[in-house]
Structures are given as structure tokens and as C-alpha cells.
Design a protein around this ligand. Structure first.
Ligand code: NAD
Length: 488
């Protein structure tokens, strides 16, 4: 199936941090793919702006190498790459000083074009960039800024950052990225819920026993140890990605699919979340892989701190105190070095109120699982009769729909960053977090982290390649439930 490509308006996109890891791995290869798809108008320009002293020609060479290394699709034509590189400019700039700003100002002097400024730099520079854009007359009504995660490390820092950005930009000009929201299947959550009559009537505490959200990674902290150790799974994954998934699965239907209507409903979910009790949380740190400690070191070795108390795994139970969900627990779990790379939302329905079958037939539940990665798709477990003689015995079988099989290979080629950058140019904020949403998420997360700090909580060790520490399984077992096995 070939996706329809609608070209966007002429734009100038400045990537602050245009020589950095994120720009080289995601942003620039993503822009190139949109270029190859015919989505970039002929006069669109991309300006790399970073500290390294290099010419535009050097920058084009660097981007050529980055695309060669990181573009998953290698079937592009050499002429397309040359044409894309010809759109690139480069400015050596200092976010904290004056160097490069007058040059950038001259480059951005064109009228009537979309101006987007991507802050792909350390968050400590976000405020400096906003201020200098304003000072040099680039924070005008056309301007949009794209802000990378992490957006603060707690409520106070997120509020301070929102306030700084708000000095120079209106909320409708600020695009806070959570790349999870750019994933095809995450948007599909909304299509599945609000495009089908089938699910919505059952989507509440009366019919749903509980919901599980798992984002499991097989990788460890790798080269990001220093950064990660200051953050941990709660800040790095739960406060943003898992909470966004929770919002999409639990929110009320918005009146329209428009940015503020969707974000209003997500915000209501976050504000209705119950505080998490200490015994409803499991926290872990991965251990070295047995027999392969040199290549797969444990968390503490990887971050170079034998005493660190930062978690690489967290599982928790929470409730949403509103009419739809009161009484239905939501279990969230994420970790590194787990058994498989898998992001999945599982909706476990209640048993039928009365069984007409004998006791031997057993009691069964429908389970809807939405796989976000890999093998995006939906599986609905339905109960049927086990074939053959021998009476009425019931078994669960999956109604399985893989999106790749159903829709063809084209489905997963648009990376989250490609989609989100094009949404910035289109001026569509639906898939970006609003300032009040981010603050509400921190307001819920902060007491959990503060509780750990106050109690000097030490994360439990767990084996690399496992489903996490044993008390994560215990969290479920106490409630008479169990986690879905983390499987690829
Ligand atoms: P990086 O360290 O690889 O690159 C930093 C960039 O900032 C470089 O281009 C550098 O020249 C530029 N820079 C540094 N100081 C500057 C200054 N004073 N003035 C102008 N430019 C300056 O960082 P990264 O990994 O690309 O991350 C960038 C942002 O994206 C960070 O906020 C990070 O948290 C976020 N992020 C990164 C990833 C990732 O996979 N790398 C994923 C999610 C979010």
C-alpha cells in the first residue's frame, strides 16, 4: 500500500545541535526520507546550527555520512541525496554567546515561510536559545520551536522551563516532543478506540478487569550511563512515554480530533490519577549477564557508580479516579535489559458474570493486546470450544492482526521523528505535549521519586534477560493477577 504524501508549505528548519547524535541518527535521516517521499517543497531549507566550527560543505559531508550510516532504507538514488544536501546550510553558533546569531538572522530573513527552530541540544540551553531568538528578532509570529526531552527533571524545573519559553513564545508555537506519540501504532490507539463501535461500550470499569502497559528494552544504558543515572526509569520513561500511553488508552473521546480537544482529555486523565502507594511500586537495577560480564555489565558497573540507587526498572499500580475507571487498576512497567524488546498495552476484560458451562470448562477472559513494537498489531483472545469429542471444554485462541501483514510493508517506514517534524511544519500540535500536561505529569511523578529519596530506597537487583525483579511479579500476584510475559 502506498501512502499518500501531501507536500507541506515552504519552510526553513534550523536544527540547533545539528551536529549532535540525535540530529545525525534521527532528524536528518528522517528529513531526507520525507524529501525522497516528495513531501519537502522545492525551496525548503534545513540549517544546521551548532558549536563546531565547520563550513556548509563540511556539514553536507557530515550529513551524507550520517544518512549513509543511519538511514534504514538504502534504496534511495544518489541524485536524491545530492539534491537534499544542496538544501542544507550551516552556521557555527554559540547558544550562550553572540557568535553566529547575526549570520543566522540573515539566513532567516525570507518572508512568508514557516520558520521552525529545533532545540536538539542539552536542556540547559533551551532558555538561552529562546532568549537569543527573541533578541535577534527571530521569535516572531511565524516561528515555532521544537523542544526535546527531557522537559525538566521535576515539577519545579518543568514550570521554570515553561515560564522561560513563555516569555518569548506563545503555547501554540511550542512543540514539546515525545517521540512515542509519533509512532504509527500509538496513533492507532486512537483510531482503534474511537473509530470502532466494538470497543468503546466495553471500555470501562464495569467490563475491564485491569490494564497493563509494558515498555521493555533489551539494551542497557550503553554510552548514556552518565545521563541516565541522573534520571532513571521513572523520569526517563514513565513520566513521559508510559503516561502518554496511559492517557491515550484511558481518556474520554474528545469532541474532535484537534490538538486542544485531545490534549484536554489527556490532561484530565493525568489529573485524575491516584497517588501511588510505596508498596504498589517495584524498583530494580539490572545485574551483569552471567558468563558475559565484560560485554554485558550490570547497571552499577555501566554507570561507574558502585552505590548508585537509580532504577533501571520500575513497575507500579495506579488507579484513575473518575466515573469510567474507578476500581480498575492500571499496571505500568518499563525496564532495560529485559527478556525482549516489546511495547504492549493489554486490556484484560472481566469474566462473564455467569458461566453456563460445567466447572471443568473453566472460566475465561477476553484479552485485547495492542502491540506497539515490534510486530505492530492487535490480538484479541476469544474463548471457543476445544475441538473434538470429550464434552464442552473451552480454550482461548487469538484473533491476531499484524498491521504489516494486513496493510503491507509500507506501514512502518515513516519514523516517529519524520511524522512529528512534518506536523511541526503543518502547525499541528495534536501529537505534542502541552505545557500543563507536562506539569501535571511531573506533579504525579514527583512524590514517588521524593518518597524513594526520603526512604533511601535501594532498587532490587534483577537478572539481565528477565522480566524484572521478583517483587514486580509479586505486585501482580497479590492482586490475583499476572503480567503478560515479555516476549518479542
Ligand atoms: P549531543 O551531545 O550529541 O549533541 C549536542 C549538540 O549541541 C551538538 O551539535 C553541539 O555542537 C551542540 N551544542 C552544545 N553546546 C552548544 C552551544 N553552547 N551552542 C550551540 N550549540 C551547542 O546531544 P544529543 O544526543 O544529540 O541530544 C540533543 C538533545 O536531544 C538533548 O536534549 C537530549 O536529551 C535529547 N534527546 C536525545 C536523544 C538521542 O537519542 N540522542 C533521544 C531523545 C532526546
Amino acid at each position: 500500500m502506498v501512502s499518500r504524501v501531501i507536500p507541506v508549505a515552504p519552510f526553513d528548519l534550523v536544527i540547533f545541535g545539528g551536529t549532535g547524535d540525535l540530529a545525525r541518527r534521527k532528524i536528518l535521516p528522517g528529513l531526507f526520507r520525507r524529501f525522497c517521499a516528495g513531501q519537502m517543497p522545492p525551496d525548503a531549507r534545513v540549517v544546521g546550527a551548532a558549536r563546531s566550527d565547520m563550513s556548509a560543505e563540511d556539514y553536507r559531508r557530515m550529513v551524507r555520512d550520517a544518512i549513509g550510516e543511519f538511514n534504514s532504507d538504502t534504496s534511495y538514488k544518489a541524485a536524491d541525496l545530492d539534491a537534499f544536501l544542496a538544501r542544507l546550510e550551516y552556521v557555527t553558533i554559540d547558544a550562550k554567546g553572540e557568535a553566529g546569531w547575526s549570520e543566522l538572522q540573515k539566513l532567516m530573513a525570507g518572508e512568508g515561510r514557516v520558520e521552525a527552530y529545533y532545540f536538539s541540544v542539552s536542556p540547559s540551553l533551551f532558555g538561552d536559545l529562546a532568549e537569543r531568538l527573541h533578541k535577534w528578532g527571530m521569535a516572531d509570529a511565524q516561528a515555532r520551536i521544537v523542544v526535546e526531552k527531557p522537559f525538566g527533571r521535576d515539577l519545579a524545573t518543568a514550570c521554570a522551563l515553561n515560564a522561560t519559553l513563555a516569555e518569548h513564545f506563545d503555547e501554540h508555537q511550542i512543540y514539546r516532543i515525545d517521540h512515542y506519540l509519533g509512532k504509527e501504532t500509538v496513533q492507532n490507539l486512537m483510531a482503534v478506540r474511537f473509530g470502532n463501535m466494538l470497543f468503546e461500550p466495553l471500555w470501562n470499569a464495569q467490563y475491564v478487569d485491569h490494564i497493563q502497559i509494558t515498555v521493555a528494552e533489551t539494551v542497557g544504558v550503553g554510552g548514556r550511563g552518565e545521563y541516565y543515572d541522573k534520571s532513571g526509569a521513572m523520569r526517563d520513561m514513565v513520566q513521559n512515554h508510559l503516561m502518554q500511553l496511559l492517557c491515550l488508552i484511558a481518556m474520554e473521546p474528545p469532541a474532535r480530533f484537534d490538538p486542544d480537544a485531545v490534549r484536554d482529555e489527556k490532561l484530565k486523565v493525568i489529573r485524575a490519577l491516584d497517588p501511588v502507594l510505596p508498596h504498589h511500586i517495584s524498583r530494580g537495577q539490572y545485574q551483569a549477564e552471567a558468563c558475559n560480564e565484560a560485554e554485558m555489565p550490570g547497571y552499577r558497573t555501566a554507570v561507574g557508580d558502585a552505590k548508585t540507587r537509580t532504577e533501571s526498572f520500575v513497575a507500579l499500580k495506579t488507579h484513575i479516579s473518575n466515573w469510567r475507571w474507578a476500581g480498575t487498576p492500571f499496571y505500568l512497567r518499563t525496564g532495560k535489559r529485559m527478556a525482549a524488546r516489546s511495547s504492549e498495552i493489554t486490556v484484560v476484560f472481566k469474566e462473564t458474570p455467569h458461566s453456563i458451562f460445567s466447572e471443568e470448562a473453566g472460566r475465561h477472559r477476553n484479552v485485547l493486546s495492542i502491540r506497539l513494537q515490534p510486530n505492530e498489531g492487535i490480538t484479541l483472545g476469544v474463548t471457543i470450544k476445544e475441538p473434538g469429542p470429550g464434552g464442552m471444554r473451552l480454550i482461548d485462541v487469538p484473533l491476531d492482526m499484524s498491521f504489516a501483514e494486513a496493510l503491507g510493508d509500507d506501514t512502518d517506514h515513516v519514523d516517529a521523528y519524520e511524522r512529528l517534524i512534518m506536523d511541526v511544519i503543518r502547525g499541528n500540535q495534536t501529537l505534542f505535549m502541552r505545557g500543563d500536561e507536562v506539569e501535571a505529569a511531573w506533579a504525579w511523578t514527583d512524590p514517588i521519586i521524593q518518597g524513594w529519596e526520603a526512604r533511601n530506597d535501594v532498587p532490587k537487583p534483577y537478572d539481565s534477560g528477565s522480566d524484572g525483579p521478583t517483587d514486580s511479579a509479586e505486585l501482580m500476584r497479590r492482586d490475583g493477577r499476572e503480567w503478560r510475559k515479555v516476549s518479542p
